[in-house]
Design a protein around this ligand. Structure first.
Ligand code: NAP
Length: 280
């Protein structure tokens, strides 16, 4: 049996980078992809430090030709694919009155339709290998969070899509899992490029400032999970005989998602998240 082949999206930084390296250490042949290979220095250096080799390929999950090109490379080079990790994603902070519908569409494009397009294109190969389909969702795929309307909508969409697909995929031998991290210390917040002035002069200014103060504390490396910690959990799921359909990657994520799952009238979630925007 040759090494299993794993495709990871969004490996230029963060969870994708650490998981690509951790999976290679665990014995996977990893096709590590990113939009712009010019941004591959951190990944190359992490792989060298870990003593593993990766197959670096260009891939933009919002570009059908790029997706097809990457899958064609996998078919011709390896003739199989054993696992796909949909990791690529991007945060977004805003609220409906302050943003355009196109802003929301762009968030859906990368975080949801990118996942759909990747999964659709990879599914024939995953079916042949009776493989694994993993998607990095978020606790924001379960609990709606202030100023994350578009991002949480996209991650909720991912969760609904995958929860519906899971029993269907199982009938053809493909196991589906969603991964739900809480706050993880990566480039994620910096990449959102949040402007403190986003709501200046609007009725949302005070609430946004409270939210940003709360976010800074949550993502402080002293409080957030490490990307290595998330990668370790993802590799456990990749090699598990009976992988769970949904996985929280930390105790904090487990507790937070747990608030929602028994919250039949929505009161418990609101009791928690309302404080994020009042600063109380
Ligand atoms: P990150 O360091 O910002 O990494 C995001 C990765 O996605 C980058 O490699 C980025 O590539 C890539 N990406 C963005 N748009 C893409 C596209 N169109 N095609 C291909 N790749 C694209 O953040 P991260 O924390 O590792 O995020 C990874 C996943 O975890 C995301 O799905 C995110 O929603 C999820 N997540 C993160 C947290 C957290 O607290 N950090 C919590 C829960 C869930 P470029 O360098 O080209 O932009």
């Amino acid at each position: 049996m040759t090494e299993p082949i794993l495709l990871v999206t969004g490996t230029s930084s963060g969870i994708g980078l650490t998981t690509a390296v951790a999976a290679a250490r665990a014995g996977f042949t990893v096709v590590a992809t990113m939009r712009d290979l010019a941004k591959s220095d951190s990944l190359r250096s992490a792989a060298a430090t870990a003593g593993v080799e990766l197959d670096l390929q260009p891939l933009d999950v919002t570009d059908p030709a790029s997706i097809e090109g990457c899958l064609a490379h996998i078919r011709s080079t390896y003739g199989r694919l054993d696992a796909l990790l949909n990791n690529a994603g991007a945060g977004h902070v805003g609220t409906v009155e302050l943003e355009s519908v196109d802003d929301v569409r762009a968030v859906m494009e990368v975080n949801f339709f990118g996942v759909v397009a990747m999964s659709k294109t990879a599914m024939p190969l995953l079916r042949e290998s009776r493989g694994r389909l993993l998607t990095v969702s978020s606790v924001g795929g379960v609990v709606g969070q202030p100023f994350n309307e578009a991002y949480c909508a996209a991650k909720f969409a991912v969760e609904g899509f995958m929860e519906s697909l899971t029993p269907v995929a199982a009938t053809v031998g493909v196991r589906v899992s969603v991964i739900e991290p809480g706050a993880v210390s990566t480039e994620f917040v910096a990449n959102v490029g949040i402007e403190r002035t986003l709501a200046e002069g609007t009725p949302y200014d005070t609430a946004l400032r409270a939210y940003l103060a709360r976010t800074a504390a949550a993502f402080d490396p002293a409080n957030a999970q490490t990307a290595d910690g998330v990668a370790e959990r993802i590799v456990e799921v990749l090699v598990a005989d009976d992988p769970p359909a949904r996985v929280q990657t930390s105790d904090a994520a487990h507790r937070f998602v747990g608030i929602k799952l028994g919250d039949l009238d929505g009161a418990h979630v609101q009791a928690v998240t309302a404080h994020w925007v009042t600063g109380t």
